[in-house]
Design a protein around this ligand. Structure first.
Ligand code: GLN
Length: 386
């Protein structure tokens, strides 16, 4: 029999999705895969119901419904401060997941190199391999998750085609500072490299930290490819609506990749989501305030467990240091959390290239009752600290 592609040998199954399945099997509270357990905004659901009886049930324009792109361009221009042209700078995708694949396949030739910070969101490595490229790893060292400037420049000296940047970071919760981003932009200009950003948590950055849009920095727009999604901001991870945003020539090429991968994102959902993209600023302030609150609630419980954790500056994940529990490996610890404590989290090693296995990642995109229930269960770890 023919064998399957050897590219896949380098990629393992998603640990995030696998943990969700195990969590469901044991009836644990799932704080592993990051998605909310509350309703999307009611106005958005009304719009979805309206579109059910509307005319948009066939393919949309492959690179995105004109109404959706127009609303999206307005929203991005408003928050990022750089004029986005709906007909030139955007391709609508099936989530940021497809966006990243499109960005890498558009940017890379086989054998090209891509810088990935570690820890990283697991898709980045898989997407790099699937697009025929190779990873150059640069560590973000816990607990501050800062990069070493000289080490990053050495990675750029290897001639990468692109660098991937998750801001705010999953799983680190790192909100990259303006100075850090300016340094990355300077290196990208010096070594002629694309900057591919993934920014689905842009509206979940906790004071005093702020989200800095890389594409809006001086000298960045023409080489910055933004991957983003509506999943987190509007609590619609199942709608699979995302986009790639970048300079005109890059986007013309990206249209082709996207067209042959998926043709397009769900047409009626794009129409419905226009309603969300037109929400006033107060909606986004409410999102930030809500997650600020859920973060305090969840960290309040973690503080009582006796375990150390990384305080996220943005996004909705917290990395908990499980060293005092004495597990030799974090997969065993993840099993223990699911089966004995009743709360699922992702084994941190799945995010690291280096042999780091003392973290479990939990998320707090949950309603109060779920966080309280999970928090009470987590307090039981106190009996297991060695
Ligand atoms: N981004 C979310 C996480 O990191 C969801 C992952 C996924 O399964 N797509 O948990």
């Amino acid at each position: 029999m023919p064998t399957t592609s050897s590219r896949l040998n380098a990629i393992s199954e998603s640990v995030i999705r696998t943990t969700t399945r195990t969590s469901d099997q044991y009836g644990a509270i799932n704080l592993a895969q990051g998605f909310p357990d509350f309703e999307p905004p009611p106005l958005l659901l009304d719009a979805m119901a309206r579109e059910a009886h509307g005319p948009y049930h066939q393919y949309a324009v492959t690179w995105g419904s004109p109404r959706f792109r127009k609303a999206l361009a307005r929203k991005i221009t408003h928050w990022g401060g750089v004029e986005i042209n709906p007909d030139e700078h955007l391709v609508v995708t099936c989530g940021s997941t497809e966006a990243m694949m499109v960005a890498l396949m558009t940017a890379c030739n086989p054998g090209d190199k891509v810088i990935i910070f570690s820890p990283y969101y697991e898709n980045y490595y898989a997407d790099t391999i699937l697009s025929g490229a190779e990873a150059i790893w640069v560590p973000l060292r816990p607990p501050e998750f800062q990069f070493d400037k000289a080490e990053l420049e050495r990675a750029f000296q290897q001639g990468p085609k692109a660098i991937i940047l998750c801001n705010p970071g999953n799983p680190t919760g790192k909100a990259f500072t303006r100075a850090e981003l300016e340094y990355i932009v300077a290196l990208a200009n010096k070594y002629d490299t694309f900057i591919i950003t993934d920014e689905p948590y842009e509206h979940m950055v906790f004071a005093p930290y702020e989200h800095v849009y890389t594409h809006a920095l001086p000298g960045a727009f023409d080489r910055t490819i933004v991957c983003n999604s509506l999943s987190k901001t509007y609590s619609i991870t199942g709608w699979r609506l995302g986009y790639v945003q970048g300079p005109r020539d890059f986007m013309l090429a990206a249209r082709k990749v996207h067209d042959f991968l998926t043709i397009g994102a769900a047409a009626p959902l794009q129409e419905a989501a226009v309603t969300a993209l037109e929400f006033p600023d107060s909606y986004y302030h409410d999102v930030r305030d809500f997650y600020t609150r859920q973060r305090s609630l969840f960290l309040g419980y973690l503080a009582q467990t006796g375990l150390q954790y990384v305080e996220p500056q943005g996004a909705y994940y917290a990395m908990v240091d499980i060293t005092p529990l004495g597990f030799a490996d974090d997969r065993a610890a993840s099993d223990f959390f699911i089966k004995t404590i009743g709360v699922a989290g992702v084994a941190g090693s799945s995010f690291f290239r280096e042999p780091v296995n003392n973290y479990i990642r939990f998320h707090f995109a949950k309603k109060d009752a779920t966080i309280h229930a999970a928090g009470e269960r987590l307090l039981k770890v106190r009996d297991h600290i060695k």
